[in-house]
Ligand binder design. Sequence first.
Ligand code: AMP
Ligand code: SF4
Length: 466
Amino acid sequence: MLDELIGTDRLHEACGVFGIYGHANAANVVYYGLHSLQHRGQESAGIVAADHGRFNVHKGMGLVTEVFINGNGELSGDVAIGHVMYANQKSTVIEAQPLVFKYRGGTIALAQNGALINAPMIRRRLEQQGSIFQTNSDTEVIAHLIARSRYDDLELALQEALAEIKGAYALLVLGEDRLIACLDPNGLRPLALGRIGDSYCFASETCAFDLIGADFLRHVQPGEMIVISQNRIRSVQVAEEKPALCSFEFIYFARPDSNLTGTMSVHQIRKQLGKQLAAEKPVEADLVLGVPDSSLSAASGYGEALGIPFEMGLVKNRYVGRTFIRPNRETRTRDVKLKLSVVQKVVEGKDVVMVDDSLIRGTTSQRIVRLLRDAGVKSVHVRICSPPVVYPCFYGIDISSRDELIVAQKTIEQIRMFISADSLEFLSVDGLVRAITGGPDLSSGGSGLCLACFSGKYPVPIDQQS
Ligand code: AMP
Ligand code: SF4
């Protein structure tokens, strides 16, 4: 099973979804919503709007601005869903979501954020029974299950499909006359419910509501299905809720102005992470730097807690694409310089703390330490605002193979030497939970967080095949 999940050519998707029901310019609202979710995926973007049973589709590879070159308002319909994709395998426009299907119940469109651990097994079974798949996407597996259901009614067919799939999914389903949102029983990925005027909307993150002027109502609950039709909203608890929201959403993935828990913004929680790390692993230094953008909040918290000035010593070139690219050895130094530069006058001759949100392969820290040394720092202490990542993620975040995880291969001292830092320290798992939840034991089942990539305790056991 593990082998089946690791190193396959399946797409591991951690994406953004947005949907709205009952709005005269539904596609246009989705277009703006997707802009706010662009950080969740830059591979492809798409919108599907339903206009009295007719589905209008536009999608393509690239950023929202690249796919919708003339802006958007062209797709008629008062209900629409959209998707931005982050795939760690090369995807093509065929995989770009939302995916649209015709089956005996009519036309449906699906947009999903997550990864299903039993999708390969279900797919193989369906293929043996004669199904033909068009894409590598887990989302298509859900569509096949809906189409094969014994129920004609979309809601019941969807519930039957959900009972079979396992893993992480924040799923939007657009039917001819309704919009349905579903979250997996662990609520591994975030999904929020909002309202603009008389229209209900859903978004992966609340920052999308702020842009379109919608009010945030609440988070969709783990195991919940929300159905909006004829301007009525209904909630059905389709599975027992066992909350385990991905802690990496707080550490790295979500936008700082989003709200994932209902109390604090992601920025405030990241600041807490920095303060907690300062309490656990203090160091004497002249200044604290954060790796832009995802570590700035945590770095400011670290500095504030220790009374060390938080300075802008690293500047990011905003026009260079994604970070997680895997450049070859020859282009490595140039690529990091292309992306980040050091403000030499700030760091020269100083004892510096460099705070990053996470360390996966160690390459980012290694390259930044080198840049800082080239700029003449006296010493550089690396502080990582998350615990060591020892286990792969099977729920959609691109941490896919143990071979690539430096902590699974080397001791902390060996990593310190590899990145040439004067010291290297990580946040503890307890500290992470405390900073996010305000206490170690918030919900009945534990922290309410998924911590599997740090602890190896997977909320959905990875040997669950059916
Ligand atoms: P690495 O260079 O492999 O150690 O990766 C760590 C860096 O990648 C950190 O600076 C993070 O901000 C960033 N990062 C962490 N998780 C992810 C992810 N899933 N996708 C893209 N970048 C990430
Ligand atoms: Fe998030 Fe890690 Fe859990 Fe994956 S294993 S869902 S990255 S906390």
